[in-house]
Ligand binder design. Sequence first.
Ligand code: C2E
Ligand code: MG
Ligand code: MG
Length: 605
Amino acid sequence: MNPKLLVVDDTPENIDLLRQVLQAMDCKILVANSGERALDIIARNPPELVLLDVMMPGLDGFETCRRIKASPSTADIPVIFVTARQDDISQGFQAGGSDYIIKPINADEVLARVRHHLERLQLMNQLRALNEELETKVRERTARLAVANRQLREEVNERRFMQDRLRYLAEHDFITRVYNRNALDAHATEVIERIQRERGQAICLLLDIDHFRLVNETCGCIAGDEMLREVGEMVANTLDATDFLARLGGDRFAVVGDHRNRESGMALARLIQQQSEAFRFYWEGRQFELTLTIALVDIDEHVTSFDQLLMMADEVMYLAKRQGRKSIRCYDENTRDQTAHRSTMNWALTLVDALKLDQFQVHVQQIAPLAQPTDGHPGLKMEALVRLVGQAGGLLYPDAFIPAAERFHLISRIDRWVIQQVMQFLGREQSQLPSIQSVAVNLSAVSVREPDLTHFIAAQLERSGIDPRVIVFEITETENIVNVEATRQFMQTIKALGCRFALDDFGSGFASFNYLRELPFDLVKIDGVFIRDLDKSDTHESMVRSIVEIAAKMQVEVVAEFVEHQGIVDKLQQLGVHWAQGYYYHKPQLLSVKALSQMAASDLR
Ligand code: C2E
Ligand code: MG
Ligand code: MG
């Protein structure tokens, strides 16, 4: 658009002259013969520039300029004074003028000054537009930032909530809400280390409910859980602020009494005994009495670890129970000798022989999908389970020999034997086997600690030539994973080869939730204890529900074991568990081509 110039002068000749000069420019020229006229035109049709004569009847040039500058809507219009008197110049600037031209006018000078002001005006306009654009952008960006900030805050809150919840679950027993074994381990270890450093005193009480099975068997496990909860509460009420109560699992609780000596430890044990005598458990019109057997161990400089402390408490408990229930017994010199671990020793000898004579077998149990596979044929999924062929040819099950194998460090040899058997079998029979999605192999946490297990696994994978993605290692929580960092490194190395990991017996173990958070597991297997009576126990149902929920957040798949009937299957499907394993689907059988073909042929739903 052409710029508009307003020429104001009371002498028509001057106007004509300026008009002629300005014709050289591409602009539209408006004229006014007085200040009043000029203001009128400017108000209706504001020009880009005003050329203003000073000496005029009525409003003179200065006053006209002042009025132009006084109105916000016209203040930005540049005014150039046209005057014959040098003296006017400074007064013109004071009135708000931008420039001046001296009469008689010089055409080149007029053009140069007008051009200069029009250009300046154009640049100012561009600058203003850019500024406005920038401000809009800043506003938009700020708005987006606010949204992002809010989302971030929500995420942080959610994560904090999850972490708090995970921490709570990691430290507490699900049923009784008192601390769990893992939390006790941490607390006791602290106390033991302090006593090692600075001396001092503490005691540990191990509490075992006598005949707890009675309640469980006559009223069911829901009653059992409720009774455990009430007993936990009853014991908690007898304690001082420095005592630390935890449930160890089953019907066992432990208290670490920091700063207590034998005497005040015994006093506490007697108080708990007293309270338990008054305690009654009511269930569906029935009434049960409670008796406890209590073992007391002094935590002094001879106790160097939590495991040792528990072993000592265990030995006292064993003697106390033999001596008659409902008693309190303390650890003393004789305790150790009386309980030489004869049976575990015998087991150790048997296992050493069995390893030498190759008396183990690998059995497999199929794992069924609970949802329709999206890809049609997912392939077989199974778990390898070790068995020992006994003297008479009967099978011995791992629950009988694995504790001894772990205690005497034979477990890693057994685990390696199983790994080798499974991989060699798969490699050798590859062509004859139906399609296999995965084979799970159990690994004790004790084996994982052995330094060269990674090399062993890598070598076996290479030798057998199988696809490593088929192998899932189930880390069993039969013993605490002591070195989480080393375990993570082990898992990462093996995962880099292509194998996956499952956290076995989830929920009952030492620190399941912690492990799930800290270690890169691909699967969790919920402990059968929670599955077996899932259709009857609300506590177990809510436990499974939280596991599924947390697993989903961590993008980990969930397997349920001990699935024994259709009622459980329905419940699991409803809760969103992905896989099921149990006698309802398949009983473990010897690993063979025939066994796998049979599995493939069976329709698992
Ligand atoms: P797990 O890994 O949790 O294995 C599942 C156990 O549950 C197996 O017992 C299986 O036979 C049993 N089971 C499966 N379905 C049902 C069911 O419906 N009801 C009931 N009541 N039980 C069912 P198994 O074979 O006696 O193994 C016991 C544990 O021994 C295993 O528990 C695992 O932790 C350990 N284990 C087995 N093989 C090995 C191995 O090669 N190395 C190591 N370190 N541990 C092993
Ligand atoms: Mg397992
Ligand atoms: Mg298991």
